[in-house]
Write a protein that binds this ligand. Structure first.
Ligand code: C2E
Ligand code: CA
Ligand code: CA
Ligand code: CA
Length: 274
C-alpha cells in the first residue's frame, strides 16, 4: 500500500492534470467561439446622481454550447494568455459602437479594454474604423482601462492614450483603488473619469474608514476636474451616502443588472435621459 504522503502527492498531481486539461479544453472552445457567434454583449446603465441614464457599459457574455454562460472573469484571462483577446476585442468594439448608434444621441457607450490590446494592436486605428463603420460620434465612446496597463507605462502607451483622447472620446480609469500607485497615475496621465471599485462601495455607509477613502478619492478627482463613477451600488443607503460624498455618477444592481441589447430600450424609458 502507498504511504499517505505518496497518495497525497498522486492526488495533487491528478488534480493538477485535470485543471490543466480543463483549461486547455476551454481555450480550444474559446478559439472557435467568435466564429460560432457564441459571444453576446450585455449593457449596464451608468446613471447621474439623480438616477437618469447617461451611458451603458458593455459587458461581454459567452454562451458556451454545453456549459451555458461562462463568466468573463473566467475566460478573459484565458483570452489574454492565448491572444484571442485581439480579434475578440476588435469584434466587441465594432459591435458595441454599432449597437450604440441606435440609442438616443445623448447616451454614450463604455467599452472595456484589455492591457494586451495596448501592446499588440494599433488601437487608434481600430477605434477610428469602429467609429467610421458604425457612424457613432467619438464623443459617445468611453474606453475603460485598468491600472495594470500602466505597470509598464511606456512612452508608447502614453502616445496611444494621447492619440485616443485627441480623437474626442473619453478615457476612464477602471477599478480605481485596487492597484497601487493610483495617485501618481492620476497626476501623470490624462483621464476624464475614474471608476471607484465596488470593493470600496460594498461597505458603505457603515464602514467609516471606507467612507473616508471614498471621500478622499472624490475630492481629489474633482479637483483634477475628473468625473467620478461609483461601481457596484446595490442599496439605497449606498446611493445616498455616495451622493452626500459628492460622487457624480453611479452604476450597480440598484439601477439595473446588465441586460441584452434588446432590453436597453426598456431601461432607457424607465430611467429617463439626463
Ligand atoms: P468590470 O469592468 O469592473 O465590470 C463590473 C463587473 O461588476 C461586471 O461583472 C458587472 O456585471 C458587475 N456588477 C455590476 N453591478 C454590480 C453590483 O451592483 N454588484 C456586484 N456585486 N457586481 C456588479 P462581469 O460582467 O462579470 O465582468 C467582470 C469583468 O470582466 C469586468 O469587470 C471586466 O474587467 C471584464 N470584462 C467584461 N466584459 C469585458 C469586455 O468586453 N472586454 C474586456 N477586456 N473585459 C471585459
Ligand atoms: Ca469596466
Ligand atoms: Ca470596474
Ligand atoms: Ca473589475
Amino acid at each position: 500500500t502507498k504511504s499517505e504522503g505518496r497518495s497525497g502527492y498522486c492526488f495533487y498531481e491528478a488534480e493538477m492534470d485535470e485543471r490543466i486539461e480543463a483549461r486547455r479544453a476551454l481555450s480550444t472552445d474559446l478559439r472557435g467561439a467568435l466564429d460560432r457567434n457564441e459571444f453576446l454583449l450585455y449593457f449596464q446603465p451608468i446613471v447621474t446622481k439623480e438616477g437618469h441614464l447617461r451611458c451603458f457599459e458593455t459587458l461581454l457574455r459567452w454562451q458556451h454550447p454545453t456549459r451555458g454562460f461562462v463568466s468573463p472573469a473566467e475566460f478573459i484571462p484565458l483570452a489574454e494568455e492565448t491572444g484571442i483577446i485581439i480579434p475578440m476585442g476588435e469584434w466587441i468594439l465594432q459591435q458595441a459602437c454599432t449597437i450604440a448608434k441606435q440609442w438616443p444621441a445623448d447616451v454614450s457607450v463604455a467599452v472595456n479594454l484589455s492591457p494586451i490590446q495596448f501592446r499588440h494592436s494599433d488601437l487608434p486605428l481600430l477605434v477610428r474604423s469602429a467609429l467610421r463603420e458604425s457612424g457613432l460620434a467619438a464623443s459617445r465612446l468611453e474606453l475603460e482601462i485598468t491600472e495594470s496597463v500602466f505597470l509598464e507605462a511606456t512612452p508608447a502607451v502614453k502616445v496611444t492614450l494621447a492619440e485616443l483622447r485627441e480623437m474626442g472620446l473619453s478615457l476612464s480609469l477602471d477599478d480605481f483603488g485596487t492597484g497601487y500607485s493610483s495617485l501618481s497615475y492620476l497626476r501623470r496621465l490624462a483621464f476624464d473619469k475614474i471608476k471607484i471599485d465596488q470593493s470600496f462601495v460594498r461597505d458603505l455607509p457603515h464602514e467609516h474608514s471606507g467612507a473616508a477613502i471614498v471621500r478622499a478619492i472624490i475630492d481629489l478627482a474633482t479637483s483634477l476636474k475628473m468625473t467620478v463613477i461609483a461601481e457596484g451600488v446595490e442599496t439605497e443607503a449606498q446611493r445616498r451616502c455616495l451622493a452626500s460624498l459628492g460622487c457624480h455618477e453611479l452604476q450597480g444592481y440598484l439601477f439595473s443588472t446588465p441586460v441584452p441589447a434588446e432590453e436597453t430600450k426598456i431601461l432607457t424609458n424607465r430611467l429617463g435621459l439626463r
